[in-house]
Design a protein around this ligand. Sequence first.
Ligand code: HEC
Length: 152
Amino acid sequence: MKYVVLVLGLCATLFFSGVTSAYGQQGDSSDNVIKYRQYVMSSISSHFKALKYLTTGRITQPQQWLPHAEALLDLTNMIESSFPEDSDFGDTDAKEIIWENKGDFNQKALKLIKASETMVKLIEAQKLDEARKQFNTIAKSCKSCHKKYREL
Ligand code: HEC
């Protein structure tokens, strides 16, 4: 009997730790969640701006297109989990309607992920003219989310 209780306890622990990690920030303070996601967004922005300098020819560093595009792709994958429920209280520019429209918000994040993925592929294939155009698609994707979900 004791053994059964132990096993059940272990299952429950595994289950709940699984749930926690799935949502990422449960238990983290709202202030830290907000600060952290702003750092994630700023990192996205730095790679985005670096790519702008490269794709517009202001900087000639052909080897550096790909690492910035890959970093952008990795970071855009963090957007969805950076906006957990109840993280709209504090020093944030995130609008409350994000959590009323989380499906649509996540779709916009996914669009950016896909656009970044295409960017990586185009650079890998050395299709640089297309990559230059793709940068504009990425820029539109940022704007489309900010317009609806970020205080300006
Ligand atoms: C799915 C929606 C979404 C997408 C896509 C998105 N953002 Fe954001 N972004 C937000 C929200 C919401 C905030 C406000 C976060 C906060 O203050 O808590 C934000 C904040 C920012 C900030 C301010 C960070 C700070 O320090 O306060 C920058 C810079 C930024 N985004 C750049 C970008 C760039 C560049 C892209 C595209 C490559 C992008 N974002 C794509 C939703 C998005």
